[in-house]
Design a protein around this ligand. Structure first.
Ligand code: DC
Length: 234
């Protein structure tokens, strides 16, 4: 039996940093499900650059999902997600793609197809799965579930610092507005809305270092999955 650890939460709450660090600590792959959705949005819009994203048909998006072969590697102490044998491009992380991603991720058909792929990636390995609905819908039987939040201002500050490197013109107030819009879309949608699983450990990361949050999670994993430490931490 393989162990799945789920990490869900709002944008900018620190999910990716925590998932990546846990991945190298336990030497198991981590799946960034947001990156999978972003890759589908990126591919859909690059096929039709002139169309507004709200005009993209569901059939077109499903076709793209069906021709995307996602694989997860864990090599040289690093977890890498590939789509059709290629690492995902950096362009998927722009705010423009984030907005389109949030839109397409609200379709139940899209989520249904993505769920099948996400589950298949967990079928033959221990896995750390990061996203919005990993603990509630995709892996409801995961033995360790974490839900991360942080105050809006702190999340916006972290995101602003990240984005400034690539978009020097972006302002802090734009980032706040984008985060609020995305939080709202992800939380109020009827399909797999962002919410903690009933059995998740809730952690507010505001004013806490990654190191501090990690320590709490590792102690929790030790209690819930002692086997994982013995078998996978060297
Ligand atoms: O985690 P992220 O910011 O890269 O996610 C991008 C978008 O994808 C975000 O609007 C939420 C959506 N998403 C989702 O609906 N379900 C997931 N499991 C992961 C991400």
């Amino acid at each position: 039996m393989y162990t799945t650890i789920t990490i869900d939460g709002t944008s900018g709450a620190g999910k990716s940093s925590i998932a990546k660090t846990l991945s190298s600590c336990y030497r198991i792959p981590c799946l960034n499900s947001g990156a999978m959705f972003r890759m589908i949005a990126y591919t859909a819009t690059s096929h039709f650059p002139t169309k507004h994203y709200t005009e993209l048909s569901i059939e077109h998006i499903i076709d793209i999902i069906q021709s995307a072969r996602f694989t997860l590697l864990y090599e040289d102490d690093m977890s890498t997600l590939l789509c059709n044998d290629t690492p995902l491009p950096r362009e998927i992380y722009t705010e423009g793609i984030a907005e389109i991603t949030s839109h397409i991720a609200s379709y139940s058909e899209v989520r249904k197809h993505m769920r099948v792929i996400q589950r298949s990636l967990a079928s033959n390995t221990h896995l750390i799965a990061e996203g919005r609905d990993m603990g509630t819908v995709v892996f409801p039987h995961a033995s360790v579930k974490i839900f991360l939040t942080a105050e809006l201002e702190e999340r916006a500050k972290r995101r602003f610092e990240e984005l400034q490197r690539e978009c020097p013109d972006i302002t802090y107030s734009q980032v706040i507005r984008q985060l609020m819009e995305r939080d709202k879309k992800d939380t109020v949608r009827t399909q797999s809305p962002l919410k903690p699983a009933q059995d998740a450990l809730l952690l507010d990361t505001t004013n806490r270092s990654v190191h501090d949050v990690l320590h709490v999670i590792q102690e929790y994993i030790k209690r819930k999955e002692p086997r994982l430490r013995e078998e996978d931490t060297r």
